[in-house]
Design a protein around this ligand. Structure first.
Ligand SMILES: [Zn+2]
Length: 458
């Protein structure tokens, strides 16, 4: 659960790109969502969430400045069941806003005033807009966030059966609160590779929107101590979703047709049938799948004042969406970049939940490689002495993620003087052991930018 604020979410969150002009460091910023009353004034045309179909199709146009940002965020959350979908939706919005898609494998042609982006692994993305006044050595103003969230992922061989049930083997991804995955209407989404023509393959995203899986809790009658001794599921044996009962006619021998990997019978034929129906292809043509287990319950607004966002994946799609909107909205019109000296950048990484150490994670040199290429390209390959190093020193990166707002039922879990409180503004995280790179200087700069735009910080 998080809450929204009139300032942060109802207005285009763009000031960062226009005001910060200095410095050289990295600050860990957290959006502890603050809040505010949502009423007809701040929410023009607002209708209760229960009646709003917050599906992406309703927001097919990308740039709707009159649309309250929180509704755009809900659309983004509902669209982005997986890191792949979050990236695809970001890509769609960037293209809609006139950003040009680059390929890391190609030679780039960039120019001041241009807006560009590229994706890596279909699950991470770097977008940037070059100021018209850019000169080699000028800095980058970056917001970095992540596209992944803790979830269950299908094992390479997911087919299993127990008693009269067909089950789907999963592994945990990231540090999740796994008991919350029980008793929910679950499904699958992710990326599949499909045989297109002979020796030709393509990848597609898939999302099965209907409840397909469920992990039932054990009945109270069979576990009388659960309320006093706690629910401690064994993640290998108790956290296995049910797909179906064994109905032979619906489930032909998986060994016969299952082709979703080189291993035979890696996945239940029934699951493969559902996927092929979604993708309008033959089961035999699905050669690889990479699926997350997802909650089908839509993200929505809730609470007495409709001020809370009830949703999974807020960490860190909320920051991803705000960063994206900040970049898009800050260069909406043709002259928005006319006085800009710097390069505005957003980096959305995958695999933050498991340490970022992947090709598409923040541990990879993706962003720095892009910076080097941009500098070289804009310098027409005659890069002046130290242009890259000077640019880095002139840059400022906000590492945007969520903070835990104080839980009213567990107040003692928060250090008394550092409880992120609702209605108190954006959270700037500090850590003496440098888990966050916030320094006195970067925190000061961030607060000053906030002040200029009446954005409280805590
Ligand atoms: Zn996070």
């Amino acid at each position: 659960m998080a809450a929204v604020t009139g300032h942060h979410l109802l207005q285009p969150p763009s000031p960062f790109f226009t005001k910060i002009k200095t410095s050289h460091s990295i600050t860990k910023l957290a959006f502890s969502a603050t809040h505010s009353k949502l009423n007809s004034k701040v929410f023009p045309n607002f209708t209760p969430s229960s009646t709003v179909p917050f599906c992406s199709s309703s927001s097919a146009q990308t740039n709707l400045p009159e649309k309250p940002t929180v509704l755009g965020l809900l659309d983004y959350l509902n669209e982005s069941w997986t890191q792949f979908h979050a990236t695809a939706e970001a890509k769609r919005q960037l293209i809609g806003a006139g950003f040009e898609l680059l390929n890391e494998k190609d030679e780039w042609q960039l120019k001041p005033g241009g807006r560009y982006f590229f994706t890596r692994n279909m699950s991470s993305l770097v977008a940037f807009a070059i100021g018209d006044m850019y000169a080699p050595g000028n800095g980058f103003h970056v917001i970095a966030a992540h596209t992944d969230s803790p979830c269950l992922k299908l094992k390479p061989k997911s087919a299993s059966a127990k008693s009269q049930y067909l089950m789907v083997n999963v592994q945990t991804y990231g540090g999740g609160l796994w008991h919350t995955w029980f008793d929910r209407d679950l499904s699958v989404a992710g990326r599949v590779i499909i045989r297109d023509r002979e020796n030709s393959f393509l990848h597609k995203l898939v999302k099965v929107e209907r409840p397909l899986l469920r992990i039932p809790s054990l009945a109270i009658h069979l576990d009388r101590k659960v309320n006093t001794e706690g629910f401690k599921p064994n993640l290998e044996t108790h956290l296995i979703p049910l797909l179906a009962t064994k109905v032979q006619e619906m489930c032909p021998d998986p060994n016969e047709k299952n082709t979703a990997s080189s291993s035979k019978a890696a996945h239940h034929s029934l699951l493969m049938q559902v996927l092929s129906d979604e993708l309008s292809c033959n089961i035999e043509d699905i050669v690889s799948i990479e699926l997350n287990v997802c909650d089908t319950q839509p993200s929505c607004l809730g609470g007495g004042n409709n001020e809370f966002i009830f949703s999974g994946r807020l960490d860190n799609l909320a920051s991803s969406y705000c960063a994206l909107r900040a970049l898009i909205d800050s260069c909406q019109s043709s002259n928005d970049l006319s006085n800009e000296l710097a390069i505005r950048m957003v980096a959305l990484f995958d695999n933050e939940e498991v340490g970022s150490g992947s090709v598409q994670g923040a541990g990879a040199p993706t962003m720095f490689e892009a910076m080097r290429r941009i500098i070289r390209c804009l310098g027409h390959n005659k890069v002046e002495e130290g242009a890259t190093e000077r640019a880095i020193q002139q840059s400022f990166l906000v590492s945007a993620d969520m903070a835990h707002g104080v839980h009213p039922n567990f107040m003692d879990k928060h250090e008394e003087h550092h409880r992120p409180e609702m209605r108190k503004g954006l959270v700037i995280k500090h850590n003496a052991n440098q888990r966050y790179a916030t320094s006195g200087i970067t925190a000061f700069l961030f607060k000053e930018v906030g002040k200029l735009h009446n954005l409280p910080t805590q």
